[in-house]
Write a protein that binds this ligand. Structure first.
Ligand code: ADP
Ligand code: MG
Length: 498
């Protein structure tokens, strides 16, 4: 270790700053097994990894959780300073380290059973030790998200764990949720993971095109488009040119659902008329569409038929029905991803469509008729809100709690974690956290993330765009990561007004 040849003068420590694995201080005071303090004698930052030798074990990894300057400057002396008088200030910078641990002979992460020694030097951790203790070895099942902040160490999350234990991407608007989700989806596409992406704003079809990323060498990535693995569907293919129409078979729709979509008051009073019309047509024509029902009802004498016809005509305008709807096995296709682009679709219709789609996917997955998959929901607070109910609220709760049994993973993306159903959010055991400042959202996050230190809670409020805290998915503890550049075109780039 380079540090051993150092003398303990300030000058030497300052010269040391430019070296990568230098000595940064010495432990003092009461020393524990899971935390310790050291006097800071070189420039170090909160969050940095350090190593300290334990008498029985050897090198153990820790992380600086807090740094504080302690001084003997009293209020009286401060007042004197204020009046322009000379005052001597004696101060020391002290850092608190959380011990992460070491790998035992079986490769298990452990913390020492007895304390470290006081007077033990603290060094910036070597990359090899960080990799080993944090378990950051490259693996085939890994989704490469970025690099450990300040280090040349790739961080990957286990794809199977993401799918089995559900994922959430949480951050305020503009802090990189869609960008980072794009990175995750690229990794999934690379590994032939089957996906459905619910995309309210049409941001994800850019995954088809190669982007023009910076820092490709530093992050070891190449621009690439995934067009051959992506299909875009939309209820409104006129607005979303190039998307295949997403349609439902009218005949298979429950009467209750049709009436709900028609937006009629006193829905019960129309049940009989609609049911009768549907059964007549079923006998006569076998296959029938919404226009057949309208035509049949137009000839009806009953007085409430006019209102029902008007409702059905409005519904017909929304063009979500066809004689033959889109097949679920077209949307869920092994090793490929389908984007359902809802740009231009009104929110109530969207909720309805997602309800039908998610229910069908869940049912078919239960019966193993479609491959295991992950369903991503961007702006998830609209699909499974904490307050109030939308059409697809229930199915989101069901997938969150039972999906893992049937190989149906969920990816929740939202800028308002506090507004997402807690039953859903608490089931997402893999988290990607970007900058969050709203206190209610922070509370919701704290409740759902395990092993988050006090330092990290503070850090979330200050994360710059491009940095994320990753937790779960095979990581031994939450990590601060510089998200890698996108291979594909970034679909969420801000629109310039001038
Ligand atoms: N890791 C990153 N590297 C470079 N630019 C990024 C990164 N993350 C986000 N951005 C940029 O920041 C802006 C906001 O990102 P976006 O993903 O749209 O945020 P959100 O979905 O949270 O509102 C976009 O212009 C995007 O290109
Ligand atoms: Mg976004």
């Amino acid at each position: 270790m380079e540090g051993t040849s150092l003398t303990e003068t300030e000058e030497d420590f300052q010269a040391e700053e430019t070296q990568s694995y230098g000595r940064v201080g010495v432990t003092f005071g009461d020393v524990g097994t899971t935390s310790l303090k050291f006097n800071v004698a070189a420039s170090v930052d909160k969050g940095e990894y350090v190593q300290v030798s334990h008498p029985d074990i050897g090198w153990v990894l820790g992380q600086i959780d807090n740094i504080e300057r302690q001084s003997d400057l009293s209020v009286e002396k401060a007042r004197e300073l204020n009046e322009g008088n000379q005052v001597d200030i004696d101060d020391t910078v002290i850092a608190k380290v959380n011990i992460i641990g070491y790998r035992d002979d079986n490769g298990l992460l452990r913390v020492p059973g007895n304390p470290f020694r006081a007077g033990e030097p603290i060094y910036l951790a070597e990359e090899e030790l960080i990799r080993e203790v944090l378990g950051l070895k490259e693996s085939k099942e890994g989704a490469y998200i970025g690099k450990l902040r300040g280090h040349d160490i790739k961080v990957s999350m286990n794809i199977n764990t993401i799918a089995q234990k559900h994922l959430s991407v949480l951050a305020k608007t503009g802090s990189g949720k869609s960008y980072t989700t794009g990175v995750i989806i690229e990794e999934m596409l690379k590994n032939d993971v089957t996906m459905v992406i619910l995309d309210p704003h049409g941001e994800y079809n850019s995954l088809a095109k190669a982007g023009n990323p910076k820092n490709t060498e530093e992050f070891d990535i190449e621009p690439r488009g995934y067009g051959e693995k992506l299909t875009e569907f939309s209820p409104d293919p006129e607005i979303n040119q190039g998307a295949r129409p997403l349609r439902f078979t009218f005949r298979n729709m429950a009467t209750k659902d049709i009436l709900e979509m028609c937006g009629l008051n006193k829905r019960r009073s129309y049940v009989t008329s609609l049911e009768n019309a549907k059964s007549k047509l079923a006998v006569k024509k076998g296959e029938f569409g919404i226009e057949d029902v309208i035509n049949l009802l137009k000839g009806n004498e009953e007085d409430n038929s006019t209102t029902l016809v008007k409702g059905l005509e409005r519904l017909k305008e929304k063009k979500i029905f066809a004689g033959k709807g889109t097949r679920i096995d077209e949307i869920v296709s092994e090793g490929k991803a389908s984007i359902v682009n809802f740009k231009g679709t009104p929110p109530d219709m969207r909720g309805f469509i997602v309800d039908k789609l998610a229910n069908s996917i869940f049912e078919l997955r239960k019966r193993n008729k479609i491959p295991p998959l992950i369903m991503f929901a961007e702006e998830a607070h609209n699909f499974c809100p904490q307050r109030g109910k939308v059409q697809c609220s229930e199915i989101f709760k069901t997938i969150a709690s039972e999906g893992r049994k049937f190989g149906l993973g969920l990816g929740i993306i939202t800028q308002r974690p506090a507004k997402v159903d807690k039953n859903v959010l608490s089931q997402c055991n893999t988290q990607v956290l970007l900058k969050v400042t709203n206190p209610n959202d922070l509370k919701a996050i704290e409740k759902s993330v395990e092993g988050m230190t006090k330092g990290m809670k503070e850090e979330i409020k200050r994360l710059p765009v491009g940095e994320a805290i990753l937790s779960g998915a095979g990581l031994s503890e939450p990590l601060l990561v510089q998200v890698r550049p996108r291979q594909t075109k970034d679909g969420g780039e801000s629109i310039r007004v001038i």
